[in-house]
Design a protein around this ligand. Structure first.
Ligand code: NAG
Ligand code: NAG
Length: 456
């Protein structure tokens, strides 16, 4: 997301009542690294119960291994030493005429809020290995006295201000009965008080607690005395791109048509010293990570843009590219009325590499610059809306060439030598930022840059 929209977010943050915060920063417009049915906290070493939109580090996999996660090549968060993952259920559009489900494009604003209570306990970084959950996938109703329920909320974005005083458009704890011209904001505020001992617990929540006074600020209870930095997700969902057709138009990947079952998950992958340094150095930062020197020194948006998943995904359709007729997993629509539907005999899919493997005998050279006086590869070319590195290599092999280069996500070029001043010396990997048209988990070139593959 551009810096232009970033400043809009800053303004919004002030409008929604975060103005009283002490310091805070936002990883704004952060892109999911993958959308798949995995949950390394709730369903370790298994397939998850529903599809999640997962932001952050490139070694996300089906079990949390903090040391392995820290070895991630990159993250979709601008501050590259933060190898955490942040996730929430994917929101789908349910078409009432055809019955199909389409995943709605999503990005995250991840807030780090430097909040403590009246006793001003020092704010600590997330300890290494910490994971936690906020919200509850099984909720289908609201308890106004529960901080856990208050911590999940929705905002219907209308930047025109036309609905500013309309109660039907006010922030609420379940879905709206209308679309939102500038997108829906699904929000989750995490508990910020830690018991000081356990990095996880059986329900992934009991080792954490909301503060005494409020879900989003206050002193920590004696049972959970350590005040951690507060974490808050805004999942921005482009519901405005899909028509509202009445109740059950928007549904979470867990089959929830109410919104009460929205939730968020976090697994720590920070360089903890860096996070503590940012907390200590930036008590008054006002949203912008560029104003917090320890964070500013580590911003690399090009790497965030070029980052792709290194691990595996669930081998099933999630609706991207082509809508699906049922939500992955056992997730028939359920608003909490009547018994929860079951799905006897549902098969369990397997895991497959996130990136399609190259044809045998072909290897990736890397990101190279295009020719300076013409194209680097001029032997043959093709374009395809399902382009991957493998499909380009296969095309070039079928034409008898030994070099394949992909550019602009969907353009494939072949030759047996590099021409027009191009060389096989690679440039910095993050100069190739175009995700392949046929697989968003792979990179297919960049502006004036080719992803070069060669036959050995
Ligand atoms: C609502 O939440 C409060 C506070 O957590 C709890 O004490 C109460 O039992 C809950 N009510 C119901 C009906 O679950
Ligand atoms: C991650 O980095 C390693 C070491 O630099 C490299 O070999 C590997 O190809 C990278 N993986 C991806 C998916 O970019």
């Amino acid at each position: 997301m551009s810096l232009k929209s970033c400043s809009k977010l800053v303004l919004l943050a002030a409008l929604v009542g975060l103005a009283n915060a002490q310091g805070y920063w936002i990883f704004a417009g952060s892109r999911p690294i993958v959308t798949t049915r995995l949950d390394s906290i709730v369903a370790p070493n298994a397939i998850g119960t529903h599809v999640h939109s997962i932001v952050g580090a490139s070694r996300f996999k089906n079990v949390y291994d903090a040391a392995d996660l820290m070895r991630s090549n990159c993250t979709t968060i601008p501050v590259q030493p933060d190898k955490s993952n942040y996730w929430a259920p994917q929101l789908y559009h349910h078409d009432h005429q055809t019955g199909v489900f389409t995943p709605i494009p999503t990005s995250f604003n991840v807030y780090y809020l430097l909040r403590n209570g009246p006793t001003k306990k020092p704010i600590k970084a997330f300890p290494p290995g910490l994971r936690m959950l906020a919200g509850d996938t099984n909720r289908r109703s609201y308890n106004a006295s529960s901080f856990a329920d208050q911590a999940v909320s929705f905002v219907c974005q209308d930047f025109s201000g036309a609905h500013d005083h309309d109660p039907d458009w006010a922030e609420r704890n379940n879905f709206f009965d209308h679309s939102c011209p500038d997108g829906l904001r699904a929000q989750v505020f995490f508990p910020s008080c830690w018991d000081g001992n356990n990095l996880d617990s059986a329900d992934h929540k009991s080792h954490m607690s909301y503060p005494i006074q409020n879900y989003n600020s206050g002193d920590c209870p004696d049972s959970h005395p350590i005040q951690l930095v507060s974490l808050f997700y805004e999942m921005i969902v482009s519901v405005d791109k899909f028509d509202y057709q009445g109740a059950d138009t928007y549904v979470l990947a867990n089959g929830d048509t109410t919104g009460y079952g929205h939730h968020g998950d976090f697994q720590n992958g920070w360089d903890v010293n860096l996070l503590q340094n940012a907390i200590d150095s930036c008590p008054n930062v006002n949203a912008d990570i560029r104003d917090c020197p320890p964070l500013a020194a580590n911003i690399n948006q090009a790497s965030a843009d070029a980052c792709v998943l290194e691990t595996q995904v669930v081998d099933e359709a999630t609706g991207f590219g082509s809508p699906i007729t049922t939500l992955p997993g056992c997730n028939p629509l359920w608003d909490g009325t009547g018994p929860r539907p079951t799905c006897p005999g549902l098969p369990t899919p397997s895991l497959v590499p996130a990136q399609t493997s190259l044809p045998s005998g072909w290897t990736q050279v890397g990101c190279i610059a295009e020719g300076s006086s013409g194209r680097a590869l001029t032997g043959a070319s093709t374009t395809s809306s399902t382009m991957t590195r493998a499909s380009c290599a296969s095309f070039c092999a079928s034409k008898g060439f030994s070099l394949a280069g992909i550019e602009f996500s969907d353009e494939c070029y072949c030759d047996s030598q590099l021409r027009n001043g191009a060389s096989s010396s690679t440039v910095t990997w993050n100069e190739c930022t175009n995700h392949c048209a046929g697989n968003s988990n792979e990179i297919c070139g960049g502006p004036n840059r080719l992803t070069l593959i060669k036959k050995n």
